[in-house]
Design a protein around this ligand. Structure first.
Ligand code: ADP
Ligand code: ZN
Length: 725
């Protein structure tokens, strides 16, 4: 029997594609095959048919089966995986695994059964419809038939009438600018202040695409926060809207995938993993809140950024790209500056609501004057009282969850630390000490394990802030939203409906919500946001604070934004266009932010940050690749890191006696991150900054080779992170 040889991509971190044989000569690229690897079976994808050079045919194992009940993988998908793997320096198999997380047969079988049952129901309803006489009965059958067809993924014959509002003149102008950017073959960055109606613009472009039978990918950083958005899009796109996020079951993924594969005018609203759906007719990619670091996948590989992966995807399909944000990433601002993206600004809010009044409260000065009650300044308390008297709601951001961020001995000064991570344990109101890195938890005894003296709770997290607020405002309805909250949805619903007057929370509260009656937003201990040992600290702090500010001033009523900090002079605080509230009783014209883009000072902060990055050789002027080394044995870890560092240094040096120049990149010696140990594993990182020039691709490959060579013999685990955030 003649054998046909196939190369098979497996969902594993294998840097090569093993060859198998089959007796079926009709096997094609993209088909799914079940093959033996080691002692088990895996489902892979055929990437090539034929005998690769140097193949020892006697060693080739046969495939177990060709699974034709599974859809073939398209050329576009294969091309996309290839790009993602080569950009993020990982194995194509790891990308396959992200794209097809599981293909357990039972799951497939369930889907086939479900379709059969639906088709049977459809047939029976259609028969019944033919026989039915009464109008009301006919109507009922018709709508049941529509519903079944929708479940089967058939696009209704008629596009639900898009309920698009007309764009305002400013929005029309922005839309024209966006079209002009696309006409020049560029991705477009839409920089629009909160409330300017970016969503309406996305929708108007998306509606035009789906009406023409083409598909749209609409990416958001976190689906949980976008229920309001989903409702808005549902009203416009009806059954053409599909939602998709990282925690979907494989079953649901397959369902969405099969709808996407059938094309025909869909809008997929999803988080980053939606880029792996098998689009066939993709013509527009929207990336909302493009600066969000939650677009980045930390682990496992591929450690991709959904925004950037979406750009690669759009490139393959020839789709337009629209990135949107009120506070764009420095990366995107830079890309506009060098002409890689077109930039469009939308500086007018749709509703001409008054700009929030921004006030800074200097907590160091207040403490001296006795102006603080726990974590609250008297000024903030007054502002909360008057806002509530006027019927407005209040949102308070504190970036730390738990009751107290750390616990210290009042005698010997010992700070209680996680036994497995190099971070202090936080005290939670449940009476336990919890590690926010690995989840380790232990009961709080109140006594120092070193000297037996009393322990003292240091600092205030959201739980303590909540307690303080209940004491200061005993008659108020107060709630808390952080990742310890039991019922996120309910908390948001209660605040939306006005049942809750004051909501306290972590960054979760600053993102995406549109609470109509919100008149006061405040941030406590803002210093915690911008004093991190990371060159992106200011950028992130500015974005978080701007986002929180974006929650208010969305309606006609006047609103206030209060920042409590001990560093009122900090450039990030200045950039929010604030004047310490010390100075005056009532807001001056200066205190009322100009409605222009980031604000004058916002723009100058961006320029300052860009200048600092350029001088230091940091992104966006270079590309960063971070090598993470992990080991339970600290000594072995340092030795490994030293070796790998040395191997990489050799790459950098011009090689003597050979024509090839050395790779050009800046390499930093192994460094312990702020949290040097997590879950019992010690960590070191080697940071590499590569110039963005013609050598970039070759340098990245050289780094990958060096890491692979090193990993073959070293027990220390290494992972590669391209463009860490
Ligand atoms: P952004 O996404 O830029 O923050 P939104 O799209 O949420 O802004 O718009 C802010 C508010 O203005 C929303 O309530 C939205 O419905 C309304 N809005 C924006 N543009 C229009 C329009 N063209 N017609 C009617 N309402 C609009
Ligand atoms: Zn821990």
């Amino acid at each position: 029997m003649p054998r046909t040889f196939v190369s098979v991509l497996l969902p594993l971190a294998l840097p090569w594609e093993p060859v198998y044989s089959t007796s079926d000569p009709s096997v094609r690229r993209g088909e799914r095959v079940v093959v033996p690897i080691g002692t088990r079976l895996e489902t892979g994808v055929v990437t090539g048919v034929g005998v690769p050079p140097g193949l020892d045919e006697s060693k080739v194992k046969p495939v177990a089966s060709i699974d034709r009940s599974l859809e073939r993988v398209s050329e576009a998908e294969l091309a996309f995986w290839e790009k993602v793997a080569s950009y993020y320096l990982c194995c194509k198999g790891e990308v396959l695994k992200a794209a097809y997380p599981s293909s357990r047969e039972e799951d497939e079988a369930r889907e086939v059964l479900r379709r059969e049952r639906l088709l049977e129901r459809l047939r029976r309803r259609e028969e019944a419809l033919e026989k039915a006489r009464k109008d009301s009965t006919r109507e009922r059958y018709s709508s049941e038939i529509e519903a079944i067809k929708e479940e089967l993924g058939e696009v209704p014959a008629t596009l639900p009438e898009p309920l698009l509002p007309e764009l305002s003149p400013a929005q029309q102008e922005a839309a024209a600018g966006i079209r002009a950017g696309w006409d020049n073959g560029l991705p477009v960055l839409l920089e629009g202040v909160t409330g300017s109606g970016k969503t309406e613009i996305y929708c108007s472009f998306a509606a035009a695409e789906v009406a023409a039978g083409r598909d749209v990918l609409y990416l958001v950083p976190e689906i949980g926060l976008t229920r309001q958005l989903e409702e808005r899009l549902r009203a416009v796109f009806g059954s053409r809207l599909l939602t998709f996020h990282s925690h979907e079951t494989p079953f649901r993924r397959r369902q969405v995938a099969s709808l996407v594969r059938s094309g025909g005018g869909r809008v997929v609203l999803g988080t980053r993993s939606a880029v792996f759906l098998p689009f066939v007719n993709l013509s527009l990619v929207v990336v909302d809140e493009e600066q969000e670091s939650s677009y980045k996948q930390d682990s496992p590989a591929p450690r991709y950024n959904g925004r950037d992966a979406a750009m690669l995807l759009a490139g393959i399909h020839g789709a337009h790209v629209l990135l949107g944000s009120a506070t764009p990433s420095l990366e995107s601002i830079y890309n506009v500056e060098i002409g890689r993206y077109a930039g469009v600004k939308l500086l007018q809010r749709y509703y001409s609501s008054p700009e929030p009044v921004v006030e800074v409260i200097d907590t160091a000065a207040e403490t001296k004057k006795g102006g603080m009650v726990g974590s609250f300044s008297r000024k903030l308390i007054d502002a909360i009282v008057s806002t509530r008297q006027e019927g407005g709601q209040v949102l308070i951001l504190r970036a730390r969850r738990g009751y107290s961020p750390s616990v210290q001995c009042s005698e010997c000064g010992t700070i209680l630390r996680c036994p497995r991570c190099s971070v202090p344990l936080s005290y939670h109101s449940s009476g336990r000490l919890i590690c926010h890195y690995c989840g380790h938890s232990e009961p709080f005894t109140g006594l120092c394990p070193e000297c037996g003296a009393q322990l003292r709770l240091v600092g205030a997290g959201t739980q303590k802030i909540e307690d303080e607020a209940r004491e200061i405002f005993p008659s108020e309805t107060i709630d808390r939203l952080d990742s310890d909250a039991v019922s996120e949805k309910e908390i948001i619903r209660d605040f939306s409906s006005g049942k809750t007057g004051i909501l306290i929370g972590t960054q979760m509260v600053s993102k995406g919500f549109d609470f109509g009656n919100l008149r006061l937003a405040a941030v406590l201990h803002a210093d915690g946001l911008f004093s991190r040992p990371d060159f992106r600290s200011d950028e992130k702090a500015f974005q978080t604070l701007s986002q929180l500010k974006g929650r208010i001033g969305r309606r006609d009523a006047p609103s206030r934004f209060l920042i409590q900090t001990s560093q009122p002079e900090h450039p990030v605080i200045q950039a929010l266009s604030v004047i310490p509230s010390e100075a005056k009783e009532s807001p001056s014209p200066q205190e009322i932010l100009s409605a222009s883009g980031l604000g004058m000072t916002g723009e100058s902060l961006y320029h300052k940050m860009l200048e600092e990055r350029r001088a230091a050789g940091y992104p966006p002027y270079t590309r960063e690749v971070c090598l993470w080394l992990r080991d339970r044995d600290a000594a072995r870890l340092s030795a490994s890191a030293a070796t790998l560092y040395q191997n990489l240094r050799v790459l950098c040096a011009p090689s003597r006696g050979s024509a090839s120049a050395g790779q050009a990149f800046t390499l930093f010696p192994p460094l312990a991150p702020p949290v040097g140990m997590v879950a019992g594993e010690h960590r070191l990182c080697i940071r590499i900054f590569l110039p963005k020039d013609s050598r970039l691709g070759a340098s990245k490959r050289a780094i990958l080779d060096a890491v692979r060579r090193f990993s073959r013999t070293s027990p220390t685990r290494v992972s590669i992170d391209v463009d860490p955030v």
